[in-house]
Write a protein that binds this ligand. Sequence first.
Ligand code: FAD
Length: 459
Amino acid sequence: MNIIDELVQIVGQERASHDKTVLYTYSRDASLITGMPDYVVRPVTTEEVAEIVSLAAKHRIPIVPRGIGSGLEGGCVPVHGGIVLDMRNMDKIIDIDTDSLYAIVEPGVTHANLNARLAEHGFFFAPDPASTDFCSIGGMIGTNASGMTCLKYGDTRNSVLGLEVVLPDGTVINTGSKTLKSVSGYDLTALFVGSEGTLGVITKAILKVLPQPQARATVAAYFDEIGKTGETVVAIFASGIIPAACELMDRSAIKAVNQYKPEIALPDVDGMLILNLEGSAATVAEEVAGVVNCCKKVGALDVRTASTKEETDALWAGRRSVLSSIYRLDAKKAAPNIAGDYGVPLKRIPEVLREVRRISKESGITIITYGHVGDGNLHTGMAVNLLDEKELEGAERAGDAIYEAVLKLEGTTAPEHGVGASKLRWIKEENKSSYPLMLAIKKLFDPLNIMNPGKLFET
Ligand SMILES: Cc1cc2nc3c(=O)[nH]c(=O)nc-3n(C[C@H](O)[C@H](O)[C@H](O)COP(=O)(O)OP(=O)(O)OC[C@H]3O[C@@H](n4cnc5c(N)ncnc54)[C@H](O)[C@@H]3O)c2cc1C
């Protein structure tokens, strides 16, 4: 029997395919990485996943877990062909237990759907990627996704209590528990989070959920020099306040938003911060006063506050529009994810912001800077003509220069979007002493190297 017939035997004709048009739709994610699969399968149970993985092991062909395909580093792209395991149909919310602060879900459920169900109980799942409407919980766990509120609530890893995983030989294991704490042996749950589908397929997750905060307020502050935004962040922490979100937009991000959505009318300044404070009404009021004070002390040109939903939405509208504004900077250009994501220790923020400015000036490429400055994680956006080889090369050189600067500042080249197939050089450079151990762990879990090969590691 050939492989497609064996796959059909496991999941039926409807959910297994080797049709070229179907395969093509699985050859990309939201990055520039491409790779054609040989087969696509859509399992609905853990047993099916285990059988499919065992089949891949028997034939020694790659198997690539895929959530929604919104990854920005090529994580779910089958760069060495093989079977793509589309996990979208495993999308049940199995249990919500607000007394014990957990929810049990299948990996295909989207972040937005989970939070909509939790909201009915007054609860939420805290990690908050901007891709909430479409990204899957499996993909979030695969990449250890995070977003604006990870400063206060942590990244996905901090909200995963346990997992059910199909290992590369088809064995099913459970890690962690329903408890909020456990030190029962090595933390395998944490190891699977962020492993980008290279160690096994996640088929169930126990997630920590939290009650929604009573009150929320927003502060926006505008500065005449970008470095002052970083100095303000350090001052806010020093005053004992941990905002729920602390976001930055530089002059070029502000300009891009004003160009795309003039009605938002952001002030023409060198940099702005936008912060959320969450908690009891009394705490929020106190923290708003503290944040305003810090902004003024560092020399903000203007500070605005909002507490009603309308006022808050108006202040956040600009930040929410940055990515779509980058896409619309130039009709002839795209906005590829080149050095889209980096992180530095908080006190190095002013330095990295100035470095990126220097690289932008020297390369002649407009580099837009924005992101989660409160946890030192920034994003860059460039508009590039992908058909112009020289221009693309120039953008890539600028991207390399950013990552070199980030490593010199003791930062990380992969704070949020993962490594996938696009940051292979940087994961090695950043983890010089521990990379061989990572490789040894991969070999221990996956001696046949069938589980998402070409991600995190070159082969
Ligand atoms: C507009 C936009 C905004 C974004 N904003 C953010 C953001 O704010 N923060 C952020 O962190 N990311 C962001 N992203 C990136 C992306 O949405 C996240 O990485 C997301 O978590 C990926 O989810 P997915 O379901 O699309 O996963 P995929 O892209 O399908 O897969 C991602 C990785 O997870 C693995 N994987 C998927 N499912 C499983 C499984 N069941 N078992 C094992 N491994 C699995 C895959 O093999 C792959 O390595 C954004 C992307 C876009 C396009």
